[in-house]
Structure formats: structure tokens, C-alpha cells
Write a protein that binds this ligand. Sequence first.
Ligand SMILES: Cc1cc2nc3c(=O)[nH]c(=O)nc-3n(C[C@H](O)[C@H](O)[C@H](O)COP(=O)(O)OP(=O)(O)OC[C@H]3O[C@@H](n4cnc5c(N)ncnc54)[C@H](O)[C@@H]3O)c2cc1C
Length: 502
Amino acid sequence: MDRRSFLKVSGGLILLSACKNEYSSKDGLQQSEFPIHIDSNSAVGHLVRSAMELPISESTSIETLIVGGGIAGLAAASSLRTNDFVVCELDPTLGGTSGAININGSLYSQGAHYDLAYPNNYGKDGLQLLEKLNIIQFNGVKSLWEFQDKQYLIPSDKEEACYDNGVMRSSILANNELKQNFLALLKTYDNQFPLPSTSIHSDLHHLDHLTFYDYLNKYLPIDSYFIEAIDYQMLDDLGGTSNQISALAGIHYYKCRPYYNGEDLELFSPQQGNYYFIQKMAKKIATNSLLTNHLVFGMKQQNKSWYIDVYDTKQKIRKEYVTNNIVYAGQKHALKHIHPESHASFNDVSYAPWVVVNIELNENDLDGSKWQNDFLSPNRTFLGFVDSKIQDNKNSRVLTAYYCFPDIHHYIVKNFEASAKDLVHETVSNISLYYKKDISKFVKQAHIKLLGHAMPIPQPGYLTKKRTLFKDNLAFAGVDTGRLPLMFDALDSGIQAGKKSS
Ligand SMILES: Cc1cc2nc3c(=O)[nH]c(=O)nc-3n(C[C@H](O)[C@H](O)[C@H](O)COP(=O)(O)OP(=O)(O)OC[C@H]3O[C@@H](n4cnc5c(N)ncnc54)[C@H](O)[C@@H]3O)c2cc1C
């Protein structure tokens, strides 16, 4: 048996591991070997400890510092009136949960991967920014904001297939009487659930105080089959099942766009996923304002100025920034270490960990998959995969598989560093079930992205809780500020924070 494995620390931050992988034939898969790479920022705690021991190498005064280079951080940067700012992003690349990975010179999504045309009742600020970036344009006939780059639209006949415990179906929610009753029940909410979620009318806020499951159980003769499908959809987009999320969040999923009214909406999914939006925003920002490999690990205010501790993980030096304004668009759970005074506003936020597995294939003729391939099985954490062949068949073919774990399982992120092979094995086995064919022999390499605090779960009370989002020139942005975990909410949260900080 030829077996090698090695570990390498890259940039002091990302733990990369690659190992030859072997499959046993006990589950019918052929023996095969391919490298597995892991991308995780679970070593951050260790980095902070090392950084605190260092002397400050340089101190810089600037107007505004933005923590986090995800959608919210870059939207804030795009909305500032000053050019005197920096964005500090701890990862080597921008994007956060809308990030992408480079495989053979092409980018593939490693997180958020799609959006849909925007109705005209969506928030003006978000629409204006997307229009200014030449991403969308208004279609007056349909009264929708549609995407300009039509080559990234997924044809409706290639959108979705569903593997349901061994049987293939065309969509997750089976077409039956219960589904019709469900859609009729939600009809009363037509046009009342726009984005950003902060614009939902207060008359509907009572729906934030019960679970989606309790709401459905009250009005419909639900059965386990129906709930399994609903739970799949809620986990896939909102990080929690129907008994974890509020009715406000659940109904929003079905009513935020007119797709369940039979309207054919543009589905936009470039191969690099929502990293497309990151690229568009980053292009308009001066390169020297975008600092990757920069971890913010402390913030304090003295005499109206903010003193911000930053660790440059590439150069391994400690820097200080003295600023008038801060936009904090990083995950809020870390505030208990970075700025404990602010943590109380977000201590109710519970995060779903996600794991993304990109699998490169050397086989282009594997047929049967659509763009999104849903997967229902007793293992509820595996949500299926996206096939890049539907997005752009000129590049390498990559299947991107998604796992969403319950919020109690943050430790899994650490565990997967040790059990990467098992995870990839499970992924390849599931995808083989989907194709009814052993795909392990077609796999060239696998990349695992571990996202410990990936998605705030919109539990009852989360969306309507009063939070301090701006105080002492410190503004908070990001989907975990009481927003839904969606691109448009992340964008809007950043815009509002950027405006306050100008
Ligand atoms: C697997 C997955 C799939 C998704 N799919 C979709 C989808 O298809 N469509 C959709 O609309 N939404 C999707 N989402 C939701 C997505 O998270 C949001 O749309 C959006 O990308 C969130 O952006 P954000 O800026 O709020 O947060 P994040 O993307 O989490 O960005 C926060 C950034 O801050 C950085 N950071 C944190 N702390 C620090 C620090 N101390 N110093 C420096 N940097 C720091 C992080 O590294 C990160 O880059 C998905 C989420 C996940 C996890």
C-alpha cells in the first residue's frame, strides 16, 4: 500500500493537509487515490495568543477601518464617502462565506453560490449599489431587477434534481395536495416579505415569536414526508430546521420572491458563485485598501479615537491602526475576545457550521446531474452538490458538495482536520449513489473548506431583537446582526454601516 500524508502551515493561518486517499471496497467503491486539501481557520485562537506577545511594529492613522472582507465588509467599503480606509480580512483571500477556490486557474464557489432576480419592492440602497456595479438592470415589463451577465443564468430545465432516499424526483417539495394547501396558506403574504429583512413590516413581527414548525402544524395537516422536505430547504438556505427557525424566517423563504406563484425568475449562478459580487466590489476599491492576511484581535476607544490591534499573519508582525470609525463586519461571536463591551448585543446569535467539499473530476461524460442536486437521506447533514458543468463546461469539472451541521457541533471543524478522508469518502459515496455509479475512480483531488461559524440561524426572536448597531463610531454589519443569511441582507447591512461611518 502506498500511503503518504503531510501537514503544512501556510501563512500561519491556514492549515493545509494533503494525503493520498484509499477507498476500501467494502461499500462497493473501487480503491483509488487522490490528494485532499483542507482549508480551515480554526488556528485563529493560537494566532491571537502569539500576536499579543509581539511589540507593535507600526502605527497608522486612518479615517475608517473595516473588519472583515465578506459581502458586508466590501459593501461598507463601497458606501464610504472617504478613500481613507482599510479593510482587514484574516483569510488570504476576500469573500468569507461567499469565497471561491482556484482549481487549475479557474475559480469555483466554496460557499454562497446563487441569487435570483430582485423584485422592485426590495431595498433601494442594495439595488442602487448592484446597479452602479453593472450587475443588475431594471426590466420594466416584469418589474424585476435582472442580471446583466446573462451567460451566468442557469437554464430552467437544468436547475434542480432531487435524490430522495434512492428515488429521483424533479423537486424537493412533492407536488401534492398538501403542497397546494401550503402555498394557498402563504398566499396572504404575497409582496409582504421583501429584503432586506429589516424592511419587513412590524405587523408581521409576531411571526418571529413561534417556530416555523409550530406555525405549519397549527394550520396544515402536516406529515413527516412534508416536514422532511421543508427542513431540507430551511437547512439549505437558513441553517436550521423548521423547529429551530422562526415562522417569520420560514415564510420569508417562500414569499421573498414570486417563484412559488409560478413566475419564472432568473437564477444567477456563476461558476465562482457569489464571489462574483466580491470581485465586482473589490474592483472598485484601491488595492492598497484591501488587506488580506490581516487579523483584527483587539479594539479599544481612547479620547474619541479607536486603537485597533491587527496581526499581519503573512509578515508575522503586529500593527496598530488609530481610526475615527470602525465597521465591524466579522462574525460577532469573536467580539467576546476583541471588544467584550459589544458582545451583549449579539450573545443570542447561534451559528450553523458548514463544510464545503469541492471535488475535481476527470470525467465529463457522467450524466444525469443538474445545477443543484438535492439529496435526502437519513444523514440530514449532507445537502447534495452543485455541478460546475452546468455553469461553464469549458473548465475542469468540479462537484461542490455541502454539509450543514447543528449549531452544537462547532467542534466538528477541528475534528475534520483529522478525519478528512472519512468526510471525502462519505461525500464520494453519496454522490455515487446519486449517479448510481462509482465515481471514486474519476476523482482527481478534493478540497475541504471548514466554516465553523458560517451562518446565523434565524431562531425565534433573532430577527426582531433590538440591537445596538451603531455607538461611539463603531458600526456593525454582516448577516449576524439580526439579518437573514442571504446576499442581499449582507449587502444592505454593509451599506447602512458604511453610511453611518462616513
Ligand atoms: C455554505 C454557505 C452557502 C451559502 N449560500 C448562499 C447563497 O447561495 N446565496 C446567498 O444569498 N447566501 C448564501 N449564504 C449566506 C452567506 O453567508 C451570505 O450571503 C453572505 O456571504 C454573508 O456575508 P457576511 O459579510 O455577512 O459574512 P461572512 O461571509 O462571514 O464574512 C465575514 C468575514 O470577516 C472575516 N473576519 C471575521 N473575523 C475577523 C477578524 N477578527 N479580523 C479580520 N477578518 C475577520 C471572515 O474571515 C470573513 O471573511 C451561504 C452561506 C454558507 C455558509
